[in-house]
Design a protein around this ligand. Structure first.
Ligand code: ADP
Ligand code: MG
Length: 249
């Protein structure tokens, strides 16, 4: 569903992303971990078509993003750390606007209210100005937009930074639901705990390279943390769990 092939981005002297090969399948949640500057946001921005690759391709549902920017954008929803919504419009009005923008103009209010209800915003919340919303509520509107536009892929850039544990947990549950509907989810995060909880796989990035990829069901929280730290110090080889998978296949 989401596919990067030798995807590379250079900014002047900085190799921000170095030949990334990655596939995120429909229904899969893949979490990108890595220190600030590792290339996570660059990866997401290349999938969104916000940046042009220096080399290689990013594709969504078989469409190369650079060649089909509008169609590709229709297939994807994006949740950054701060979801950009119109503060003076209600959650419902924002959802109607962004769904129409994505080419799904004919959704009735009752349809959209149902979607908002599904993500945990009841009618009274849905009809309030977004300016009064908590961060967690805005993130829920972001998920509602993904559902209403029937996105095939969801890209998230540190979406749970600054959410309290309850809001973060609710958000993780919603991501799991979306994946259950077949959406491919790629999320950059610093939250190792959530990555392990919600992700099917995690990838560790360092200096523009994906240095390790592993299944979350093959590693304990503590081992993920120590593996991550060893990669940050540059003294880990790709994890033994991925070696085991190769050996088993
Ligand atoms: N627009 C830009 N111009 C120049 N350098 C950039 C730009 N965007 C990102 N970079 C550089 O690319 C590298 C990767 O950045 P980024 O993808 O934002 O990392 P992350 O999201 O993992 O923190 C960093 O060295 C960053 O300084
Ligand atoms: Mg970033």
């Amino acid at each position: 569903m989401l596919e990067a092939r030798t995807l590379t981005k250079r900014f002047d002297q900085t190799l921000a992303l170095d030949e990334l090969d990655l596939t995120v399948e429909a229904g899969e949640i893949f979490c990108l971990l890595g220190a600030n500057g590792a290339g996570k946001t660059t990866t997401i921005n290349l999938f969104l078509g916000f940046l042009e690759p220096t080399a290689g391709t990013a594709s969504i549902d078989g469409l190369v993003v650079g060649d089909n920017p509008l169609e590709a954008k229709r297939k994807v929803a994006y949740i950054p750390e701060q979801v950009n919504l119109y503060r003076n419009l209600s959650g419902l009005e924002n959802l109607a606007y962004f769904t129409a923008l994505a080419g799904h103009g004919e959704r009735s209010d009752s349809d959209l209210l149902e979607v908002l209800d599904k993500v945990g915003l009841d009618r009274s919340a849905a009809e309030r100005r977004v300016g009064t919303y908590s961060k967690g509520m805005r993130q829920k509107v972001g998920i509602a937009i993904a559902i209403a536009k029937d996105a095939k892929a969801l890209l998230l850039d540190e979406p749970t930074s600054g959410l309290d544990p309850k809001a973060s947990n609710e958000f993780s549950v919603l991501l799991g639901d979306l994946a259950g509907r077949g959406v491919a989810v790629l999320m950059a995060t610093h939250d190792l705990f959530r990555a392990k909880e919600v992700g099917h796989r995690v990838g560790i990035m360092r200096s523009g390279r994906l240095v390790d990829t592993l299944s979350t069901d093959t590693i304990a929280h503590q081992d993920l943390e120590s593996l991550y730290l060893r990669h940050m110090h540059g003294d880990a080889s790709p994890s033994s769990t991925s070696d085991l998978e190769v050996a088993a296949s």
